[in-house]
Design a protein around this ligand. Sequence first.
Ligand code: MEV
Length: 432
Amino acid sequence: MDNRTGSRIPGFYNLSLEERLAELARRAELSSEDIATLSGSSGLTVAQADHMIENAIGLHALPLGIGLNFMINGRDVLVPMAIEEPSVIAGASFMAKLAREGGGFHAHTTPPEMIAQMQILNVTDLATARLAILGQKDSLLAEVAEIDPVLEQLGGGPRDLEVRQIGNSPVGPFLVVHLIYDVRDAMGANALNTAAERLAPRLATLTGGRVHLRILSNLADRRLARSRCTIPLPKLAFEGYSAEEVRDGIIAAWAFAAVDPYRAATHNKGIMNGVDAVVIATGNDWRAVEAGAHAYAARSGGYTSLSTWGRDAQGNLVGTLEMPMAVGIVGGATRVHPTARAALKLMGVTTANQLAEIIVSVGLAQNLAALRALATEGIQRGHMSLHARQVAIAAGAEGETIERLAQQLVIEKKVRIDHAIAILNSWKAAKS
Ligand code: MEV
């Protein structure tokens, strides 16, 4: 998608489902097949699922929505988000609109380098064994380079070998070898695990030890995605809140997460609301991204916020987010799952790094949405009106009655299923 069409679609929320899909098709040049897939009327089949996992019996659906207003590195992107929680997509879209006013999101990534770990037990002399491995580094790297010639052609492949000495553990001392591997546009788990298993016999011979675990690390701290946004101060004012009040409230809310792990866990969960929604929509491994995020948040020894919020010289609000982002656009479910393929097409991403830049920006927008609400009116007001729709549906409302009933529940400040049923019954009785 290009900037002529853009990611701003005023009134998208009020369009019918069909109209929204038509708008997407127009803006992102999607085929009717892509649209059918995104809408859920076609997509992954049970037969395909049967080839993906064991004991398959069916499919499990999630709502898929579009994050609007995102401008990332000067490019407009419509962001597919798969999530069951209300408020998330609305929050991210609204914050992306504010961020646009300050130039949008500026994102970048480090090279897509992942780490595979090999644990070597029963080593008599750790220091000597370490040097034995490092002395053969070039030939060890050359050996794993042969594993995937395609990746090599694309500019990926093994980059480095590091050896760590663990002097003390419940099973005594051991060595840990890290293979650094550039996986380009793949998530990389298969390439890494294959490489780790390939190296094991030579490492055993070199050290005289026994190679035990051979597996990638989800603390992908060499494959980072970073995003920054600036919200112009005047844009922060709303209702009875001054811009300064909102800005300083957001910064104070961030400071809480920066120093307190109890708050940081919730703060980072808010970031992951946005991150996971895109990771899932694109068929990526959200457990890997979650594991990497939280381990990275604890890298200093204490668990802290993944984001930062502060002010620039002009008093504008500035946010940053940095986190590991092990996502791919080739291989695995990203290729097999039709919705994941259509989601990638919608965003027009051509590299895994571009996808990572979008995801980290959505995480930052989501974090801002939560902090802005928490620092001012609290999250329940916005949350409740969306939650009320779910309660209305659960109570049996259909069609236009859903919105009417939801509004009534919010007005009466009783967003409860029993009350929703009672209202529905009273409306039915009045009609008959
Ligand atoms: C809810 O899903 C996410 C929040 O709790 C995040 C936060 O507290 O920052 C609102």
